[in-house]
Design a protein around this ligand. Structure first.
Ligand SMILES: [Zn+2]
Length: 267
């Protein structure tokens, strides 16, 4: 943060607290006459704010947002190789770099889920016809019915562990997620599904990303997708590409639509 942005940042921080119960832990400021820039930038505060607007609009207003998440502290921290992390009432972004709008929504979706004891992810798993079974996953990998190595993914096309159950968690996702890999589980599924729902065909900061997640399944095997990953996209299309490329036809989109409209029983 530049010293000249101090006033702007103060107002923004107060606004986020008042409107969304989101408290940015400021690491910038004056300390004995010396300006301490910290790790946040003005652009990041704006990006955070815009992403929260998208999320709360989807939820029907910032009153609902505040209720769903129950207040969140946001900080920048040393969190290893992750871009972000979330618990109930707490979101952390890596101090090593910046964060995207997608990451903001993804992490706040985790915080939302966490505030409901991770029950939202369980509901999504059930609604989409998935289940989690580590033993079944291991058997599948043993008999070579997986698209990964035995205990880890392989870094080559067709071996990243994208089939149902071919992941560390033994998560057999149902219906069609926008993607899957070795780290996929119902919690990641929920967070990604929130971001997909908010971004899909809405012309907002998440929309390009959401579209790029889907159109890669029209690429040829061996092609690189927008995220610079080369994979056998044609082989995966039947698992991930929605009917006629329309993500609103997926169970995930329907689940989210019901959830934000209060039509899911979450108690
Ligand atoms: Zn995540």
């Amino acid at each position: 943060m530049e010293r000249s942005d101090y006033q702007y940042a103060q107002v923004k921080v107060e606004q986020l607290k008042a409107d969304y119960q989101v408290e940015v832990v400021a690491d910038w400021g004056d300390s004995e006459g010396e300006w301490k820039p910290g790790t946040w930038t003005k652009a990041e505060l704006d990006r955070l704010h815009k992403a929260l607007v998208l999320m709360s609009d989807a939820m029907g207003g910032n009153g609902n947002f505040g209720q769903n998440l129950g207040g969140v502290k946001v900080r920048k921290a040393n969190i290893g190789t992750h871009g972000g992390e979330a618990l109930a009432h707490q979101v952390s972004f890596s101090e090593k770099g910046s964060f995207s709008s997608w990451t903001v929504v993804h992490e706040f979706a985790h915080a939302w889920d966490a505030n409901h004891h991770w029950k939202l992810a369980r509901l999504l798993e059930k609604y989409t016809g998935g289940f989690t079974s580590p033993p079944l996953s291991l058997i599948r990998r043993f008999v070579r019915l997986s698209d990964s190595g035995l205990l880890s993914p392989e870094k080559k096309p067709g071996r990243y562990g994208r089939w149902p159950g071919c992941n560390r968690a033994g998560y057999f996702y149902g219906d069609k997620p926008s993607g899957s890999n070795w780290s996929f589980n119902r919690l990641e599924d929920f967070a990604e599904s929130v971001a997909m729902y908010i971004g899909w065909e809405k012309g907002n900061d998440l929309s390009d990303h959401a579209r790029n997640r889907i159109i890669r399944y029209r690429l040829k095997n061996g092609d690189k997708d927008f995220f610079n990953v080369s994979d056998n996209w044609m082989d995966y299309a039947k698992r991930f590409y929605p009917d006629e490329g329309d993500y609103t036809r997926t169970k995930r989109w329907q689940f989210m639509h019901n959830l934000v409209h209060g039509k899911m029983n979450i108690t």
